[in-house]
Design a protein around this ligand. Structure first.
Ligand SMILES: *Cc1c(COP(=O)(O)O)cnc(C)c1O
Length: 396
């Protein structure tokens, strides 16, 4: 799953290029940098790899999401429909632009249930944000149709799914904008970093300025740049971008290792009666960072998770963890913030103090996701597949 497992001479070389000149900032210093532009190079590499027109790097996936929302014009009073199952960064970004997160149920794709999305639309809804969780895609045809019908923006949080595709198109490139994270545990890493991709030039130009104090990057030097709007500092550094540049060149290798190992695990588990798998709207496009499956009952899933951990296998039981599912997000449900929410948002958040999500509970409480590592040997994979089958069988 994470690119950090295959960190080596390639990453060191790219970082060294930057250390040689000492120019660690992505803008300016045209002379002393001696033609070394790692962030620019990585942006171009992402455009080429994902077949998308524009890429803007950012300091993190969270910053990328915030930037994308700002560039799409989302803010106070706007409702953004998002799933109950995601990483906390998805709603953090909604809050950071002052917009209102509207959480709706997930289905067996492990992200937005299109029926729940449609039922949640109000006159204030401005955007739908599917989160392509655990390496694979939302039901994008259905979600796109809803967005079109109701004139809503589609923002793809593809932070966990770099390199995955849907019907031949890169996740993130299908909506009005898409975001990626390159934090330390993502498919490819920059240590910390993120990106927004889009085919819309206006959205891109806004992302470019927003991540760098509103600079238009059209001056003869930074001091001569104009500021068409207020931005922030969400820049990536050259050192981080350098790591990402080496990593993106390994992406195809990462994906092929993941897909090979995942198939072995999935074929093994498919022999166990009662096990069902996450629905993949386009299985060929799965980046295969995780194998996600369901057991018939929550208790069985909890027990199987314990069995897997006891056997030394990594297992995520999101229903009980504090990061990915609404059930344990007490700070979100109570609206605990350091500075006050805008008045409308404070009111809108009141519902989460009591709102229940039984449909999501019945999905997430039966789900286990097991990450696929890049560094396992063939023998280890076989052994792990057997242990996985035994751990699950003995919970049923
Ligand atoms: C990792 C992640 C993010 C945020 O990325 P950071 O780079 O850690 O800020 C956003 N959304 C999802 C779904 C993620 O998994």
């Amino acid at each position: 799953m994470p690119g950090y497992e295959l960190f080596g001479a390639e990453e060191r070389k790219e970082v060294n290029d930057v250390l040689e000149t000492g120019i660690m900032m992505r803008y300016g210093f045209d002379g002393p940098r001696k033609g070394i532009w790692k962030a620019k190079e990585l942006e171009q590499a992402i455009c080429d790899k994902l077949n998308v027109q524009y890429t803007q790097l950012a300091s993190s996936g969270t910053a990328a999401l915030t930037t994308a929302m700002a560039a799409l014009g989302l803010g106070a009073g706007d409702e953004i429909i998002m799933p109950t199952f995601t990483f906390v960064a998805s709603f953090e970004s909604v809050f950071s632009v002052g917009a209102t997160p509207v959480l709706v149920d997930v289905d067996d794709t492990l992200t937005l249930d299109p029926k729940a999305v449609e039922a949640a639309i109000t006159p204030n809804t401005k955007a739908v944000m599917p989160v392509h969780m655990c390496g694979a895609m939302a039901d994008l045809d259905a979600l796109q149709a809803i967005c079109k019908k109701h004139n809503l923006l589609l923002l793809e949080d593809a932070c966990q799914s770099f390199g995955a595709t849907y019907k031949g198109k890169a996740l993130g490139s299908i909506g009005d904008a898409g975001t990626f994270s390159f934090d330390f545990v993502k498919t490819i890493t920059c240590a910390e970093g993120g990106a927004i991709i889009t085919n819309n030039k206006d959205v891109y130009t806004k992302c470019d300025g927003y991540t760098d104090h509103g600079h238009d990057h059209l001056g003869v030097d930074r001091g001569a740049d104009l500021h068409p709007f207020i931005g922030y500092n969400y820049r990536i550094s050259e050192l981080h971008a350098a790591v990402g540049l080496a990593q993106i060149r390994k992406l195809d290798t990462f994906l092929s290792i993941q897909r090979r190992i995942k198939k072995i695990f999935k074929d093994a588990l498919a022999t166990v009666p009662g096990v069902t798998f996450r629905r993949l709207p386009d299985e060929a496009g799965d980046s295969a960072t995780f194998l996600s499956f369901f057991l018939p009952e929550a208790d069985q899933a909890r027990k199987a998770t314990a069995n897997m951990k006891a056997a030394g296998l990594p297992a995520f039981y999101y229903y009980d963890n504090n990061w990915h599912y609404i059930r344990q997000w007490d700070h979100f449900k109570q609206g605990t913030v350091l500075t006050p929410f805008p008045p409308g948002l404070k009111q809108a958040m009141e519902i989460y103090k009591t709102k229940e999500f039984p449909a999501s509970d019945s999905i997430i409480s039966r789900n286990i996701s097991t990450p696929i590592n890049l560094s396992w040997s063939d023998a280890e994979v076989q052994e792990r597949a057997e242990k996985l089958v035994n751990a699950v069988k003995s919970a049923l």
